[in-house]
Design a protein around this ligand. Structure first.
Ligand SMILES: O=C(O)C(=O)C[C@H](O)[C@H](O)COP(=O)(O)O
Length: 217
């Protein structure tokens, strides 16, 4: 998927659920729960070995759902994620060789930054959108606003420590496209197959986004 379409879809969603899935068979019920809650988007992290299988299962069942592969650290993971059908890739940090590898293959990758040097590297590499991770412990909205002064061309997807209490503060910042977070898709809820609770939490989260942004999801 191209970066403009990713920006458009994530901006509309306002939040991107960051998911750690331990069993690929939970992928489709989880995707169904997100869609039922009004959020057809997910970041499936490569923190478990079944990530690529989970991505493939979701994209087969719900081809229109926006699925990012998260915690992509190696070139091999980038290839696996795209082959599984991921729409784009997200890294916790910024690694020049991984970004160049993805750019050569036409994969969209959104790397994490927290400092001016990392933001500058992202700009030098021609990136428009970066993750800001870990957001809350790295200065939150104030740090993003400070980075946005010299790097006004960059747009941010903060993740880490964001929840229903501070979402408004982040989404009110004009350089922030959407926020990543796990508060509505906690690992224990997935492991317990408590998909109805996930749908309820996702509904609360999407209603909050609608209230903050005045958008119809
Ligand atoms: O693995 C990654 O690449 C990550 O993005 C790390 C965390 O899973 C997210 O930062 C979610 O953070 P919380 O919403 O605070 O739970």
């Amino acid at each position: 998927m191209n970066i403009n379409k990713i920006k458009e879809t994530t901006l509309k969603c306002g939040i991107l659920p960051v998911i750690k899935i331990n069993q690929s068979k939970d992928a489709i019920p989880l995707a169904k729960a997100l869609i039922a809650g009004g959020l057809p988007a997910a970041e499936i992290t490569f923190r478990t070995t079944c990530a690529s299988e989970a991505i493939a299962n979701i994209k087969k069942a719900y081809p229109d759902m926006l699925v990012a592969a998260g915690t992509v650290i190696t070139n091999e993971q980038a290839d696996q994620a795209i082959q599984a059908g991921a729409d784009f890739l997200i890294s916790p940090g910024i690694n020049e060789s991984l970004i160049k590898y993805c750019q050569a293959k036409d994969y969209v990758i959104i790397p994490g930054v927290t400092s001016a040097s990392e933001a500058q590297l992202a700009c030098t590499l021609g990136l428009e959108v970066v993750k800001f991770f870990p957001a809350a412990t790295s200065g939150g909205v104030k740090a993003i606003q400070a980075l946005s002064a010299p790097f006004s061309q960059l747009e941010f997807m903060p993740t880490g420590g964001i929840n229903e209490k501070n979402l408004e503060e982040y989404l009110s910042c004009s350089n922030i496209i959407c926020c990543g977070g796990s508060w509505m898709v906690k690992e224990n809820l997935i492991n317990e197959k408590n998909f109805s609770q996930i749908t309820a939490l996702v509904k609360e989260a999407t209603n909050l986004v609608k209230k903050i942004k005045g958008v119809k999801l």
